[in-house]
Design a protein around this ligand. Structure first.
Ligand code: KG4
Ligand code: ZN
Length: 333
């Protein structure tokens, strides 16, 4: 059984997962409210809050799994990418717990964690598959021939898809729930009323770009002025449709380029219902299999870190004490 920690951004997460991919407990303590008034995650505040939450969250995970530290055979922890101060809290806690118990520690790349979530129950997906990873910090198009290392086909040239949702939500004057809140508001809107430009048509290969959409939204919001409240749902729906269209096009292109017959979508944005529906349509048309995670495994969680740890080398006590966190993933390009 692995005890995993994830503290790369503003969620303090711990999970207990068995070797056959059963999630015995997955605890996620969100700091959303703490950062709300700042309009974004404040790294120093996130680190301090992780420090307060990490022990209680580990205790909750052990309690929910009905195990003690004595039942744990290895620790897994996110090493990067993410906010360095936030990562260091989880990494230090993981080292301390592992060292005190004489257990091995597995450092995990957060992006590989998002992909490894597919191995967990209920999906239990094994490669090969084409994969779209769309989160708040990253957007990548990947060919996964085997665990752990995927091949990068393309990625965003500017903002990540989740970042586009978050910035869009802020421009529309929505609360800090970002993408999820934008989706909720958009569900009452007409996506055709405000057409958004198609970006990067031509030499982009598998790359994506979202900053142009954000600028187009800003211009619309300014033009509308006081009329924004009445147009908010339509504007949100049009903006969301433009993000989703680009993601769906790239996902389909990845199936074409790789010849894979399975498409998997991971990361927080994979929780978006409109994206899920559009991908389902594409896959049905092509006779491809679409693998979607339950929303709780799309967003940041520690169960995915445990899942990645089963396919990664473990370090023995003494080998991991000097281990450092990193801000950028080699996978991000
Ligand atoms: O994977 P994740 O939890 O954290 C990162 O690794 O970044 O992804 C968080 C991102 C945020 O940008 C959030 O706005 C977005 O996922 N997100 C959504 C939805 N739920 C979360 N975006 C669109 N629609 C949703 N329902
Ligand atoms: Zn993430």
């Amino acid at each position: 059984m692995i005890l995993a920690l994830e503290t790369s951004c503003d969620d303090t997460c711990a999970a207990v997962v068995t070797r056959d991919g059963e999630v015995r407990a997955s605890i996620r303590s969100s700091q959303d409210e703490l950062h709300a008034s700042f309009g974004g995650v404040v790294p120093e505040i996130a680190s301090r809050r992780h420090l307060e939450l990490v022990v209680p969250v580990v205790e909750s995970a052990l309690a929910e799994a009905r195990v003690t530290l004595g039942d744990i055979s290895a620790l897994a922890v996110t090493q990067g990418p993410g906010l360095i101060g936030a990562l260091l809290v989880g990494l230090s806690a993981g080292k301390a717990l592992a060292y005190a118990r004489g257990l091995p520690l597995v450092p995990v790349d957060h992006l590989l964690g998002h992909i490894a979530a597919l191995r967990l129950a209920p999906l239990g997906l094994e490669p090969p598959f084409a994969c779209l990873l769309a989160s708040g910090g990253h957007t990548l198009v990947l060919d996964v021939a085997g665990y752990p290392a995927p091949r990068r086909l393309g990625g965003t040239r500017d903002d990540a898809a989740g970042e586009a949702f978050d910035k869009g939500a802020r421009l529309l004057g929505l609360s800090e729930a970002g993408g999820a809140e934008l989706e909720r508001v958009a569900s009452a809107g007409d996506p055709e009323r405000f057409p958004f430009p198609l970006v990067l048509r031509g030499q982009e290969g598998h790359d994506l770009s979202f900053s142009g959409l954000k600028t187009a939204l800003l211009r619309q919001v300014r033009e509308l002025g006081d009329a924004l409240p009445d147009a908010r749902a339509d504007l949100a729906a049009g903006y969301q449709a433009a993000i989703v269209r680009q993601l769906a096009e790239r996902a389909e292109a990845a199936l074409d380029a790789t010849g894979r017959t399975t498409l998997a979508v991971v990361g927080g944005v994979a929780a978006n219902g409109v994206l899920r529906a559009e991908l389902a349509e594409i896959c049905a048309r092509r006779g491809a299999r679409l693998c979607l995670l339950p929303p709780a495994l799309c967003v940041d969680n520690a169960a995915m870190i445990a899942a990645a740890a089963f396919a990664a080398p473990a370090l023995e006590p003494g080998e991991y004490l000097a281990l450092d966190a990193y801000a950028r993933s080699p996978l991000a390009g």
